[in-house]
Design a protein. Structure first.
Length: 351
């Protein structure tokens, strides 16, 4: 019998289509053909093929040359540009502003490695510290309200043909609608119960255990109750925090370990599927607006959403806002718990 489940944060409904149920093996992804891969501009020695770096982790080497561990550059085809003024205005009943923001590419390793699961935990930690540094820098720009960090892995997930581990960030002059839905839902819950809804979700999921994939001292990985997609995952810090940018260095090391284990399990279970992961954190505080998200420090909780691209979103989903998920999240979590993450590293991959 199909079941409708309601997301407790934003109120979105999901259909868990048990009559269409698909087993985990049904989703095993066919490996992408690397023979059609174009020359990679992100590899070491090709720094001249990208825009100049805005951030890098280096060992006393010259900027925009070899000798780096993590490198962040402006996108060669930016969705938004940092130059100019917002120039917000009305055109009849429509609102318009200039395309001000930032669009950057985080090159996660100098080696030509496709998956974050192949990187050492220490290398992943450097990537995460790069996220923190760029959020802090962009927060100083009064025109900007939000930084969205995301990864598109695999061609079907928008990753392009170049199979080099990288993620992206886009800073926007407005808070994205999807994030604002979470902020409003979290605030409504806090106004009613005076508790963080994400903390309450974690508490219940840990008590029940059916949807827990990984229980780490600092983080939890779970399949959400109203999962939109098969094997959708949420990664949340156990300690309440609205801002990813305030994460401590010891927690960065823990997060690197959890992220490597999680993506390793997904890779083994589904044969390295295409996926998107998205970091949802609180928007920058805008002091000129009195009362702007005044309870945000108490009611919001940063987290990472991981969404394997295993099914297609079609007409019903676009027309209704519902999602149809043929794999119950409890089954996905049970399967992922049974999978051992591979013990690999960047050095081993290139030995």
């Amino acid at each position: 019998m199909p079941e409708l489940r309601k997301d407790p944060v934003i109120g979105r409904w999901v259909i868990i289509a048990t009559e269409r149920a698909r087993r985990p093996d049904d989703f095993r992804h066919a490996s992408e053909d690397s023979t059609s891969e174009p020359p990679c501009p992100f590899c070491i020695g090709r720094e001249h093929e990208t825009p100049p770096e805005v951030y890098a982790v280096r060992d006393d080497t010259v900027p925009n040359g070899p000798g780096w561990k993590v490198r962040i550059v402006s996108s060669i085809a930016p969705a938004l540009r940092v130059e100019g003024n917002l120039d917000r205005r009305g055109v009849g009943l429509y609102d318009v502003m200039s395309g001000i923001g930032a669009h950057e590419v985080v090159v996660e390793t100098p080696q030509h490695v496709a998956s974050v699961a192949q990187l050492d935990e220490s290398q992943i930690a450097l990537v995460l510290q790069g996220y923190v540094a760029r959020i802090a820098d962009l927060a100083r720009d009064p025109r900007l309200k939000y930084v969205l960090i995301f990864k598109n892995h695999g061609y079907a997930a928008g990753g392009g043909r170049v199979q080099h581990a990288r993620s992206q960030l886009i800073a926007t002059p407005v808070t994205p609608k999807r994030v604002k839905e979470e902020l409003l839902g979290a605030r409504r819950y806090f106004e009613y119960k005076e508790r963080c809804i994400f903390c309450d979700i974690m508490k219940q999921e840990l008590a029940e255990g059916d949807r827990i994939v990984l229980d780490h001292p600092d983080f939890v990985v779970l399949t959400p109750f109203a999962s939109r997609f098969p094997f959708e995952l949420w990664l949340l810090p156990k300690e309440h925090s609205p801002d990813f940018g305030t994460i401590s260095r010891d927690k960065v090391a823990s997060l690197a370990s959890v992220l490597k284990q999680t993506m390793g399990r997904l890779g083994v279970a589904l044969n390295d599927p295409p996926y998107n992961y998205i970091l949802h954190t609180a928007p920058f505080r805008v002091s000129r607006k009195g009362g702007y998200w005044k309870t945000l420090d108490d009611d919001y909780h940063w987290h990472i959403e991981i969404m394997p691209r295993l099914i297609r979103v079609a007409g019903f989903e676009w027309g209704s806002g519902f999602y149809i998920n043929p794999t119950p999240p409890e089954e996905a979590a049970r399967y992922l718990r049974s999978v051992e993450a591979p013990v690999t590293s960047e050095r081993a991959a290139h030995a």
